[in-house]
Design a protein around this ligand. Sequence first.
Ligand code: GDP
Length: 221
Amino acid sequence: MQGATLSDAQIAYGRWLFAQDCAFIIAAAGLGQLPEDDLPEIAFAGRSNVGKSSLVNALTGRNTLARTSNTPGRTQQLIFFDLGARLRLVDLPGYGYARAEKKSVKAWTRLTRDFLKGRATLRRVCLLIDARHGVKDSDREIMKELDKAAVSYQIVFTKADKIGREEQEALMEKSRAELSRHVAAHPDMLMTSSVKGWGIEELRAMLASLAEGAPQEEPPA
Ligand code: GDP
């Protein structure tokens, strides 16, 4: 389901980290409200309804995003969570919900763009893509912006339970070709389902490897 091979130790560390306290820090409406940039950060982006809340909740094993990202008025804020004082999770506003896709990407606030461009501690953006729909034009625009800002990002497919195995493989194949043209895209993609729990352990391990104090992998003997 993915390119990277994760060791048992990485999986165990991911499981441990995501079982730590996950505390809401702030819903930032301006750059002045951002938490101090003293911890590695992972941001989650995707079209509205892609399954972002469900995925973050599956990762943390609790309703982390239930009352935050879906509350009207908070939709253009950056929502920060502290995970075990080792990693920060950042929920970015959803995009692409309006009829005119491009316009709604433009509506992705200046705040989001400024954050993505200027945040030294931002280690990775998880770009969530609905497995039924694949990469859409609005996603491509975001990918271009991330390329330009040299922000490392990784495609995470959501709702994989809604398509068959062959479709999953075809989607990975097609997306791999597309990703190779994007300079800041991480080559590893992940198929997930929050409903079935698919890919959650792997995503925890991948993200935990970017956390403060993550154990370094021993080179093979
Ligand atoms: P958000 O707007 O991106 O935060 O999306 P939500 O997490 O609220 O999910 C949008 C819809 O997709 C909801 O009806 C969820 O129940 C559904 N959904 C989310 N993840 C999955 C999944 O892995 N499998 C299936 N079948 N449905 C999902």
